[in-house]
Design a protein around this ligand. Structure first.
Ligand code: FES
Length: 293
C-alpha cells in the first residue's frame, strides 16, 4: 500500500476483483436494460430532465431520514419515539424509487469497467440489508420494544454507511455519473482538424484536436463537429453512433443528440454533447467550441 492511499483501498480492490459476481451481474443488467429501453421512463429515472443524475438526490432523502432517526435515538429529544418512527417510515417509502434510479444507472455500466458492475451489486445488496434492518427497527418500535428498535436502527445506520461508501466510490473514484466531457470540452479557439478532402461524405470520422476526440461528419458543403466521447458513459460516437436525419444515436445506451448543436434529444445522457463551429480555409478544416445556448 502507498503511504498516502486509503487504508480501505485493499478492501475495495478485493471487492472490485470478485469475478463470481459477473454472471449474476450481467444477467440482472441485461434484464434491467430490456425492461428500461430508451425513452420517457428511462429519461425520468436517469435524471435527463434535471440535467444530472437523479439517484443522488433521492439517496439524500433515504439517508437523511434514517440517519436523523438514529441521531434522535442517540441524542434524545424524542421521548415517545414518534419522530423517529416517522423518519424511518419516510426512508422506507423513499427507498423503492431510489433503488430503481440506482438500478437503472448501474445497468448502463455495460460496456464499461467490470469493476463498476461488481461494486454496484455489493452496493445494492448492502443497502437492501440496511432497508431490512430499518424495517425491523420500525416493527419493533411499533410493538413497543424501543430498545430493540434503537439497536436495529443503529445496525441499519452502520450498514447504510457501508452502502453509501461504496456508492461514493462508484461516483467519485470509478467515475460513474459525471458528464464524460466535463474536463475536456475541446478548443475554445480555431484549431486545425485535418483536411476536408479526407472526410468521407455521410460517414463520421474521428480526429483528435488538441487532445480532444472530435467527430466530423461531412454532408455536402456542411461539416458537423461534435465531441466524439458520449457525455453519458464515454462511448465513441464515431464508432458507436448511428446517424439518422439530423440526429446521432449512441448505440451503447441509446442517448440521442442533434448533429447541428449537440442538443440532447433523448437520454439516458443528462447533458448536451459539446459541439463545434467549423470553418474551412484552403481545404483545411478548423473547429472551435460553439457558444452555449
Ligand atoms: S455512452 Fe451511454 S448512451 Fe452513449
Amino acid at each position: 500500500m502507498e503511504p498516502h492511499s486509503s487504508p480501505l483501498r485493499p478492501l475495495l480492490e478485493r471487492l472490485e476483483s470478485l469475478a463470481a459476481l459477473d454472471a449474476p451481474g450481467r444477467a440482472i443488467g441485461a434484464k434491467v436494460r430490456g425492461l428500461l429501453s430508451p425513452g420517457a421512463a428511462k429519461d425520468a429515472l436517469s435524471g435527463t430532465w434535471i440535467g444530472h443524475a437523479l439517484h443522488p438526490l433521492l439517496t439524500d432523502v433515504v439517508i437523511g431520514s434514517w440517519v436523523s432517526a438514529s441521531l434522535l435515538d442517540v441524542l434524545g429529544g424524542d421521548d415517545d419515539g414518534t419522530a423517529a418512527r416517522r423518519l424511518i417510515a419516510v426512508g422506507i417509502a423513499a427507498y423503492p424509487p431510489t433503488a430503481l434510479t440506482g438500478l437503472s444507472d448501474w445497468a448502463d455500466s455495460e460496456p464499461a469497467d467490470e469493476r463498476v458492475r461488481r461494486i454496484g451489486l455489493i452496493h445494492a445488496a448492502t443497502n437492501a440489508g440496511a432497508l431490512a434492518l430499518y424495517a425491523a427497527s420500525l416493527a419493533a418500535r411499533r410493538r413497543g420494544d424501543h430498545g430493540r428498535g434503537k439497536l436495529l436502527g443503529l445496525a441499519g445506520g452502520a450498514t447504510l454507511g457501508a452502502g453509501g461508501y461504496l456508492g461514493a466510490h462508484m461516483s467519485f473514484a470509478q467515475g460513474v455519473g459525471p458528464n464524460q466531457t466535463a474536463f475536456d470540452e475541446g478548443p475554445a479557439d480555431w484549431t486545425g482538424a485535418g483536411m476536408a478532402a479526407d472526410l468521407p461524405a455521410g460517414a463520421p470520422t474521428r480526429v483528435v484536436v488538441d487532445e480532444t476526440p472530435v467527430l466530423l461528419l461531412r454532408r455536402g458543403e456542411t461539416i458537423h463537429a461534435l465531441h466524439d466521447r458520449c457525455s453519458h458513459r464515454g462511448c465513441s460516437l464515431s464508432a458507436q453512433g448511428e446517424i439518422e436525419g439530423d440526429t446521432i444515436t449512441c448505440r451503447c445506451h441509446g442517448s440521442q443528440f442533434a448533429l447541428r448543436d449537440g442538443a440532447l434529444r433523448r437520454g439516458p445522457a443528462t447533458t448536451d454533447q459539446p459541439a463545434y463551429e467549423v470553418r474551412q480555409s484552403d481545404g483545411r478544416v478548423e473547429v472551435r467550441l460553439a457558444p452555449r445556448g
